[in-house]
Write a new protein. Structure first.
Length: 211
């Protein structure tokens, strides 16, 4: 069954380019991004993995560990890494799960048989410190993902986990945020001392509280 927001992300043990990993132990109480790609030695995937490798510092700033997956074997992952470095200039600095028997792919519903019986789609799971699923994305093989969007969502998830706010369309870290409708005006004055603008009774905007 598909994983839904709020579900516990399944734990697993898998062979990876960084050795055998027991997911919960590896993740600890960090945030995690688990993402799949369809096949090794393919062009879009090459650009994606190099891009993620180049964002190492950005993920670390967000206390987030990254782990990739495809159903290709470990030796293919290892051979492909040098191509990724050649093309993108980035050394792959996160583990890639080799899942040839599809154990993890099935646990996370990463194979969509009406597209391919064998290859994983481009899934992204953001998993919180509590091991619960906070975001899912599913892209087809033909469309490379925007990993700036993954970072943007992490910023929103981490902010909204801490404050009674939500983030509006196209929000970027540092922009104004929305006071949750469940917070009364009186409470909002206490919680958000910088004040808020009331555009509608249900739409109140305040400066980002942790800036
Ligand atoms: C790619 O990464 O370029 C790709 C992978 C599988 C199917 C199509 C494209």
């Amino acid at each position: 069954m598909a994983l839904r927001l709020g579900d516990l992300a399944p734990d697993f043990t898998a062979d990876t380019t960084h050795g055998s990993i027991e997911f919960y132990t590896w993740k600890g109480d960090s945030w995690a991004v688990l993402f799949s790609h369809p096949r090794d030695f393919t062009p879009v995937c090459t650009t994606e993995l190099g891009t993620v490798a180049g964002l190492k510092a950005a993920f670390e700033q967000r206390n987030t560990k990254v782990i990739g997956l495809s159903v290709d074997p470990l030796d293919a992952h290892q051979r492909w890494e040098s191509d990724i470095q050649d093309v993108t200039g980035n050394i792959v600095n996160f583990p890639m799960i080799a899942d040839p028997d599809r154990t993890v792919a099935m646990l996370y519903d990463m194979i969509h048989p009406n597209v391919s019986e064998t290859a994983t789609v481009r899934s992204v799971f953001i998993i919180g410190p509590d091991h619960k699923v906070k975001l899912t994305l599913t892209y087809p093989a033909s469309t490379g993902r925007n990993f700036q969007e993954v970072l943007r969502v992490l910023d929103s998830l981490q902010l909204t986990a801490q404050y009674a706010v939500a983030t509006p369309a196209n929000w970027q870290d540092g922009d104004d945020v929305i006071v949750l409708p469940s917070v009364s005006d009186d409470e909002a004055r206490t919680r958000f001392p910088k004040g808020f603008a009331k555009h509608k009774p249900y739409l109140r905007v305040t400066p980002q509280p942790n800036k």
